[in-house]
Ligand binder design. Structure first.
Ligand SMILES: [Zn+2]
Ligand SMILES: [Zn+2]
Length: 312
């Protein structure tokens, strides 16, 4: 029997990292085929609902502490702690709404702004803590991606050490700047502005699917301006980020796909270009991916861009 290979397969290298992805569209699945993967478990008493939140865990609120719209609480079971010399850090949970079952992707732009403003407040606060050099804001949404509660929430992880992957990216970006005299991300933005991977833009923010995307329907949200972290964004830029998040997460929610998003922020590196990586998690990496570090993505980013533009 002859081997039937995907003639459209293509090995792509990341923009500037030594990372390769095989884009293999013949293996493509439509989003609706994977909805079954993202079922949710019925909860018992929700510890993130206004009446049940443990008062002594609360660290910050948008709205009053009693009538909050967004709440920051300490993670009750953190992997890191300020008391721990070996695993120094702080972990907080951001409760994105007081309404149980109300998803971030279904919120209004104003509601998403409240969540972003909380990220700004907490990043400000946590970056002042001695020895904290890395602040990650992230969200696991949906079963396979790891969320265990039904109440919309994201997390902040602040630690001493920058994870190797992030450090490597910062290092490579710096190297690019020295060599080319420009910010690598701004050069990427210029390239993707008119590419088939472009999704959306306004005057402050651009959304596109990355050229060598690792996950099905992976999408990045970039402010045009070189802002080191979320606290440096202007009010108007934050509004644009909220608009972009609504577009992207709303679309992902329509298909009930689990997803993660990540905002990596280094404190000592003051020359980062802040951006948000959104990674739907319906592509389950198998042997080749885990063993050889070679990732196969069966949804090309060009197709993913059409999905976000409603042109699929
Ligand atoms: Zn709840
Ligand atoms: Zn930049």
């Amino acid at each position: 029997m002859p081997i039937i290979y995907d003639k459209k397969s293509e090995v792509r290298k990341d923009y500037f990292l030594e990372r390769y992805v095989i884009i293999s569209p013949a293996r493509m699945k439509r989003p609706k085929d994977v909805v079954e993967n993202s079922h949710r478990q019925p909860g018992q008493k929700c510890v993130l609902c206004p009446n049940n939140v443990e008062q002594d865990l609360i660290v910050d609120s948008i709205g009053s502490k009693k009538n909050w719209r967004v709440l920051a609480i300490l993670n009750k079971f953190p992997a890191v702690a300020r008391e721990s010399a070996k695993a120094y850090g702080v972990q907080e949970v951001i409760i994105e709404t007081n309404r149980h079952g109300h998803e971030l992707g279904d919120m209004t732009q104003t509601e998403i702004m409240d969540v972003l403003n909380m990220y700004v407040k907490r990043t400000n606060k946590l970056s002042q803590i001695k020895d904290i050099d890395y602040i990650l804001i992230f969200k696991n949404n949906g079963g396979p991606a790891g969320a265990s509660l039904l109440h919309a929430h994201s997390q902040i992880f602040a630690a001493k050490k920058i994870p190797p992957d992030v450090f490597h990216e910062l290092d490579k970006a710096q190297e690019y700047k020295i060599k080319n005299g420009s910010c690598v991300y701004e050069d990427i933005i210029k390239r993707e502005m008119k590419s088939p991977r472009f999704v959306w833009k306004d005057k402050n923010v651009i959304v596109f699917c990355p050229y060598a995307s690792m996950y099905h329907y992976e999408v990045w949200i970039f402010p045009f301006a070189h802002r080191d972290n979320i606290t440096n964004l202007t009010e108007d830029e934050l509004k644009s980020v909220a608009k972009a998040m609504k577009l992207v997460l709303g679309k992902i929610n329509q298909y009930n796909l689990p997803y993660n998003f990540f905002m990596h922020q280094s404190i000592s590196d003051e020359d980062q270009h802040f951006y948000i990586k959104v990674q739907p998690r319906e592509s389950i990496w198998a042997g080749l991916e885990l063993g050889a570090g070679m990732i196969i993505n069966s949804v090309s980013p060009e197709r993913a861009a059409k999905f976000y533009q409603n042109k699929k």
